[in-house]
Design a protein around this ligand. Structure first.
Ligand SMILES: Nc1ncnc2c1ncn2[C@@H]1O[C@H](COP(=O)(O)OP(=O)(O)O)[C@@H](O)[C@H]1O
Ligand SMILES: [Mg+2]
Length: 278
């Protein structure tokens, strides 16, 4: 048998081995016994002497849907950069569960450990079908090429079907991703993240540029992830946040200014002041 074929078979075996459950893939090192999936404590980072993150403390519970709001420049994106390993803080601790020290890990290692991130701008493979986009994203690592040629297992097919259903793109499965509306592309990208079975999902401004209808559908989608995944949503649109909010954290000048229900934070005098000043 040629090397190419035997490598191919190994890759398929390997793939079946990696993706053998439908629910999020549980990282064996992830210890959430205390119910907390993400800890950030006393985290600070400066850019050219400017403190973008200033003694930040943030705790996300397992299965929680948390909204993070705050004026422009509050440090929301930088906070996500720190969690995902893109930016290294000057001080502080960042843990995934009780045991996984994210500050000792590279960006790909963090993604592999179960933290998925959706950036503001959708980045789908425009020339591929919706289905192929989901298929490709199963192998977020270097095996994308093998994925193209390998046969899908029943489990993998089921996972794609469930994800198509979840993101409301069942009828668009054969459509070229480039032909989707802006909102549909955003949902496809959330689906692509789900295919990697992350336990913690970070979503940066998901409804920017969406129609009202698309925003409602996005709210439903994010709410449906609650419980199965932990989700942190950074968003500027207050109406949207209100429609999905459970616990809300307000960031300001790199620290937590207020935390609580949407009503709590909106009635908070300091929060009002900061938003009026914007
Ligand atoms: N790589 C960087 N270099 C210099 N300054 C940065 C960098 N990243 C962010 N900042 C600054 O840090 C502050 C926080 O930015 P950011 O996290 O993007 O805020 P937000 O997402 O809440 O709008 C801003 O003042 C921004 O200009
Ligand atoms: Mg930002």
């Amino acid at each position: 048998m040629s090397n190419v074929i035997s490598n191919y078979i190994d890759a398929v075996r390997d793939r079946e081995h990696v993706f053998d459950a439908v629910a999020p893939q549980i990282n064996p090192n992830l210890d959430v016994r205390k119910g907390c999936i993400l800890y950030m404590e006393d985290v600070s980072v400066s850019f050219d002497g400017f403190k973008a993150i200033n003694n930040l403390n943030l705790y996300i519970d397992e299965g929680e849907l948390r909204c993070i709001i705050g004026p422009n420049g509050a440090g929301k994106t930088t906070m996500m950069d720190i969690i995902t390993g893109k930016t290294t803080p000057d001080t502080g601790t960042v843990y995934f569960g009780q045991k996984i020290n994210l500050l000792q890990m590279s960006e790909p290692e963090i993604a592999q450990a179960g933290i998925g991130r959706k950036f503001q701008k959708p980045t789908v493979f425009e020339d591929q079908s919706v289905f192929a986009n989901l298929e490709l994203s199963m192998a977020c690592d270097k095996r994308v090429l093998q994925t193209l040629f390998a046969k899908l297992s029943a489990e993998q097919l089921q996972h794609i079907e469930e994800t198509l259903e979840l993101v409301g793109l069942k009828d668009q499965r054969f459509l070229r991703a480039g032909a989707l509306s802006h909102g549909q592309k955003q949902w496809l990208e959330i689906g692509m993240l789900i295919m990697q079975r992350p336990q913690l999902l970070l979503v940066d401004e998901p409804v920017a540029g969406m129609t009202h209808q698309e925003m409602d559908r996005t709210a439903e989608l994010l709410i449906s992830l609650e419980g199965r995944h932990s989700v942190v949503v950074v968003e500027h649109d207050m109406d949207f946040v209100r429609s999905i909010a459970r616990k809300v954290t307000v960031l300001h000048q790199g620290s937590v200014l207020a935390e609580g229900s949407m009503d709590d934070v909106q009635n908070n005098a300091r929060v009002k002041e900061v938003y009026l000043g914007e």
